[in-house]
Structures are given as C-alpha cells and as structure tokens.
Design a protein around this ligand. Structure first.
Ligand code: ZN
Length: 207
C-alpha cells in the first residue's frame, strides 16, 4: 500500500526496530504523507501507530511514488533516495572491531539520474571509532587516504562534493563523446536542457 511504501524510505532513528511504529510522528512527515496520500493528518497519525503497517515487507517505490516525493516531500528535505555504505561493519583488515558501526552522519546531496533528472538525496556516512575510518557509499577514508570499495562499479558514482551521477547516465555521455564527438560540456548542457526544462528542447512551439 502507498502509505507503507512511503514510510519505508523515510529516515528513522537507527536505534529503534523497523517493524514497530516509532513513538514520535515528526510534523513534516505527517504533513508530507497527508498531502501525498490525500488523507487528513489525523488519519496519518492513526495509521502511524499500527504495528501491522510497519511489519509489512519493504516494497520498491514506483515512479509515481517518486513523483509524490518530488511534489510534496522535497520542500521538507524528504526524498526517496538515501545512499548508504555497502556494509554496517568496518572492513579495514587491520581493525579488530566486530560490532556494527554506530556513528551516523547524513549529508544532503544531489544525484544526476538518467530517468528522473536531478534528484535530492541523503548520503549516510558511518564512522569506525576504533580505527578512525569514515565509510561513504563509494569509498572509505582514513587519515586522508581514500579506498574505494571492492566489487562492481556502483550504480551511483560520487563525482564531487555532495554530488553523484547515475552510472547509466555517465555511460550515455561516454557514448555521445565517442560516437558523435560531443564535448563533455555539451553533454552537460544537453542534460540541463532535457531534464530541467524539457520544453526548451522543442522550442516555444507557438511560431
Ligand atoms: Zn575500524
């Protein structure tokens, strides 16, 4: 159900179970859900306290759900996209910490996507108190040295401070540059035109 899907991606304190209703309903979340679902805030409050809703298995957001975040949530800092480091544990082989990383820091970022344009998001950072390593979604950093996580190229790639780009978008830019010799600058301009003001691509159209 829509109510449950929207709740599944909203930020919650990490020290409470995810299958039980949190005691506090933040006002911004209440206002967002009421507007997105089309119900009163009184109904949001009563749904919020039902454990059966929180016990539902997580479901993927639809494109329509993401649009609800764009329309009703972004102004409150609520977004459908949150990026986490790939593990809750310290992966430094020289570190003996076995407990999950607890210290959490969230930074607001923007993500350039292929299908949805520019999307605001949160980047969650974890910190190991034992070896002073900070874990980001793409890499870890210790004493000024950055180490990228093992594995496949991630779906979202950090391209600068507080900015990520979707891997498929980068692939499309590379294709344009290789096949049509379009410059990186013009790839960026085309992306801006197509995502931020799609009508500009087609002109005013009024003749
Ligand atoms: Zn560590």
């Amino acid at each position: 159900m829509l109510f449950s899907r929207l709740l599944s991606v909203l930020p919650q304190p990490i020290n409470i179970p995810t299958d039980q209703a949190p005691a506090v309903l933040p006002p911004t979340i209440s206002t967002f859900i009421a507007a997105a679902v089309g119900i009163s805030e009184a109904h949001v409050s009563s749904f919020w306290m039902r454990d059966d809703i929180w016990a539902l298995p997580p479901q993927a957001l639809t494109q329509e759900d993401k649009e609800l975040f764009r329309k009703h949530g972004w102004k409150y800092g609520l977004t459908s996209m949150v990026m986490y480091p790939p593990s809750d544990f310290c992966t430094n082989p020289k570190c003996g910490r076995c407990k999950p990383l607890k210290k959490v820091h969230a930074v607001q970022i923007i993500v350039y996507t292929l299908a949805s344009g520019v999307v605001p998001a949160w980047e969650v950072q974890l910190y190991c108190l034992d070896c002073n390593t900070t874990y980001y979604p793409n890499y870890s950093a210790q004493h000024g040295t950055r180490t990228y996580h093992d594995g496949d190229i991630p779906q979202y790639i950090s391209i600068g401070a507080h900015q990520y780009t979707e891997r498929q978008l980068i692939a499309s830019w590379i294709s344009y540059m290789l096949i049509t010799s379009v410059s990186a600058t013009n790839c960026s301009r085309a992306y801006d035109m197509g995502t931020q003001n799609p009508n500009a691509v087609f002109g005013s159209g009024t003749g």
